[in-house]
Design a binder for this molecule. Structure first.
Ligand code: ADP
Length: 607
């Protein structure tokens, strides 16, 4: 079982050892559909192969009854009815093949999508940090779709045309055993050509899918950064970059098409038809075959037209599907560094937090935090201060075990966070980041995101405490106002207060606030301040801040600089003892380029 951060809803396991095995393990679950598809394909080919036999016999019977027109007419009618009957049957069987293949394709696509989505949600933040959203989107949409197309029309046609290769092998000996030669040679040559094509095609298909991922990741980034691009007037350059990627994608597509075009089963078909006809005529001249048999056999060979025509398309569709499967598997199989630790410690949290010689880096070769040690009792209000890039956000993320430490330990209530049940740990910690994310749902649903069944009263109570109630009731639909994508209709300060209401409703024991919002007018700042104070009451609170009022309010201050905890203590003591701290708050003129304008100016404003 793969390690994941939550239990995915699907109840069966898939074989993730190779793309083909993985797709097969999804398809296997729908074996009755596979059976029906095979039955339809084989039945279709065998009944269609029987038609030349009937026509040949009709030919012979007609020749024998030519002297007697009424007899000839009756014979003709009988055979005509038989041919019509076989065609009807064939139509039904073909529909059966198509219908079951299409149903199978839709079901497998759904299952694959479920598995992929669940896996994405179960991946750690370390995983999501590394991968561009556009790349994930490409895989979750078009690659999943390719798996569908791989079954229908892809595999449906592969199976269908495979049956059309078998039918002549089955019927030819009935005309004359020697006539088996041509179909056998055709089938052998056909597969030779096919394997050669697939061998060349598979890596190219993979490239095609890969470039599509790159292209869509780029597009996603452009759409995401639209404002920046416009402000810096970089539209031209972005268009050029996208065009260059689109060209590379096109070139790869053309390589794929060239390989497909070099696959010439039609020429092979021409040879088979010519050779087969000559062979049958020779047997006729030797008196070993009737004229009707010659006619029947030559039209039997026509069955090869179907595989010759569709195989190029059908097999490359399968190749594309396998390429997509391997791209999906790449993420599914990526090791998750964290797991949910279902049997881990789960208890109501008090909120005591301790770091013991913690080292951490996002990459193995670079530590962002060095040897951090501190301990705060439950209920402490902790301010984390330091210049930008000092590691403040990183430090607080370790508390909720968004990432695992490289060395040392983070303890909550004296228990290593790695020994906590991940769900129990995180559900008792609320984290409000600088960039508050609101979903495209109503405000009420956004506030209740962590407690979906909260009552309207509870939601409003939380909103009041977070100082956002008055703002919300001014919106036309009040709490039912739907937030635009990313909450763009709300200001930064309003979004932050919605997040505070959300946190209050979730009733965590530890509250983490990454409160770097600067440039807020003082009325709003005052509101946010009050919101924070009331939501934080009675909880261990970590607040990353530059505001002196919040720092004064804190019981304990951690001073970080370049990944090290350079000092900790109370405001007055730190002012006396810590140079970095003094530089941040008292000596703006002396501060280097790393200092934050807001940090150094706010004390003056507040003083
Ligand atoms: P602060 O909150 O003090 O500004 P951060 O904790 O955000 O500092 O960042 C500390 C260092 O870690 C910075 O050098 C930053 O570039 C790096 N960093 C932050 N987040 C990531 C991430 N997801 N992946 C890689 N590096 C990161």
């Amino acid at each position: 079982m793969q390690r994941t951060e939550f239990t995915p809803p699907h109840t069966y396991h898939t074989d993730r050892r190779s793309p083909a095995r993985w797709v097969a393990s999804h398809a296997r679950r729908h074996w009755p559909l596979i059976g029906l598809m095979l039955l339809g394909a084989l039945g279709n080919a065998l009944s269609l192969g029987y038609v030349p036999r009937l026509v040949g016999r009709a030919f012979d019977a007609l020749l024998a009854t030519l002297h007697n027109p009424p007899d000839a007419l009756r014979t003709l009618l009988t055979y005509a009815l038989a041919v019509a009957g076989v065609y009807l049957l064939r139509g039904a069987l073909m529909s059966l093949r198509n219908l079951s293949a299409e149903t199978l394709a839709q079901r497998v696509e759904r299952d694959v999508r479920d598995e992929f989505y669940a896996a994405l949600l179960g991946k750690s933040m370390a995983f999501h940090d590394q991968i561009a959203v556009g790349e994930l989107m490409a895989r979750a949409t078009t690659d999943v779709r390719e798996i569908n197309l791989m079954f229908s029309p892809g595999l449906s046609l592969v199976v269908g045309s495979g049956a059309f290769l078998l039918a002549p092998l089955f019927y030819a000996p009935r005309y004359h055993p020697a006539l088996l030669v041509t179909p056998v040679l055709f089938v052998v040559g056909y597969f030779g050509l096919l394997f050669q094509m697939l061998y060349e095609l598979l890596p190219v298909s993979l490239q095609v899918r890969r470039l599509f991922g790159v292209l869509s990741a780029r597009l996603n980034e452009v759409l995401d950064g639209m404002e920046t691009i416009k402000v810096l007037a970089q539209e031209r350059r972005e268009i050029d970059r996208l065009t260059a990627l689109a060209r590379r994608y096109r070139d790869q597509m053309i390589r794929q098409i060239r390989i497909e075009a070099r696959f010439l089963p039609l020429m092979w078909l021409g040879l088979a038809m010519g050779g087969g006809t000559l062979h049958a005529l020779a047997l006729f001249l030797q008196g070993r075959l009737s004229l009707g048999d010659v006619v029947g056999y030559v039209s039997l060979l026509q069955l090869f037209r179907f595989p010759a025509f569709v195989s190029q398309f059908a097999y490359s569709q399968v190749a594309l599907g396998l390429a997509s499967a391997s791209r999906l598997l790449q993420y599914l199989n990526q090791e998750n560094p964290l797991d949910q630790n279902l049997r881990g410690y789960a208890a109501p949290m008090r909120g005591e937090v301790a770091f013991e010689h913690v080292y951490f880096g996002y990459r193995d070769d670079e530590d962002v935090l060095h040897d951090i040690t501190f301990r705060v009792p439950a209920g402490t209000r902790v301010a984390v201060v330091g210049p930008t890039g000092a590691g403040k956000s990183t430090l607080v993320k370790l508390i909720a075990r968004i990432y695992d430490v490289r060395a040392g330990a983070v303890l909550v209530d004296g228990v290593d966070v790695r020994d906590w049940n991940l769900g129990a740990l995180r559900s008792q910690i609320a984290m409000i980041e600088q960039d508050v994310f609101l979903f495209s749902k109503s405000l009420a649903e956004n506030i209740a995101f962590g407690r979906p069944n909260a009552s309207r009263e509870a939601i409003e109570h939380a909103a009041r405490l977070a100082q956002i109630h008055d703002t919300i009731v001014q919106f036309p639909q009040g709490y039912d106002t739907v937030v635009g994508e990313r909450g763009l209709t709300l200001s930064g300060g309003q979004r932050q207060r919605v997040a505070l209401a959300r946190a209050f409703l979730a009733d965590p024991r530890i509250l983490i606030l990454d409160d770097a919002t600067s440039a807020i007018d003082s009325a709003t700042e005052d509101k946010i301040q009050r919101a924070i104070f009331s939501v934080a009451r009675g909880r261990t609170t970590f607040i990353i801040t530059h505001r002196l009022s919040q720092i004064r309010w804190a019981d304990w201050i951690l001073v970080l600089d370049r990944g090290r905890l350079v000092a900790q203590g109370k405001h007055e003591d730190l002012l006396r003892s810590c140079q970095v701290y003094r530089r941040l708050f008292v000596e703006p003129a002396a501060a280097g380029p790393r200092r934050e304008a807001h940090a150094s100016s706010s004390p003056q404003a507040n003083a």
